[in-house]
Design a binder for this molecule. Sequence first.
Ligand code: 5GP
Length: 118
Amino acid sequence: MSTSGDSPSIFSLIVAREIPATIIAETDTVIAFEDIAPKAPVHVLVVPKTEKYRNVVELAAGDPALLAEVVALASHIADERAGGEFRLVFNTGEAAGQTVFHVHAHVLAGDLGEGSLA
Ligand code: 5GP
């Protein structure tokens, strides 16, 4: 699945409750929900509600406080589900596997396998 820059993104539709998702946490600015195709025992996406930023580089430059909120919510989820130990992945660009161009963090935890970069 991909988005071409047209609004709304698939994740904005989840924020708006226009498509279903298993939402597990939410603040005014960030939402977390289960990945539809989990690649680890814990696989949660943490997503800024705005789709202004296509990737983590844009987010870090444009709103570092919002990036910090993404990391804080990811950490909170990992505390609750995986003893605070987790992998945080931001695929950036098509060649790196990014398919949804609305910045999102993958929170991966549980049995990830030795050396796996999921
Ligand atoms: P990317 O490849 O862009 O880093 O990650 C996109 C992620 O979004 C993938 O892991 C994919 O499984 C997930 N995803 C795509 N569409 C949906 C959807 O409609 N609902 C949910 N919950 N996850 C989705």
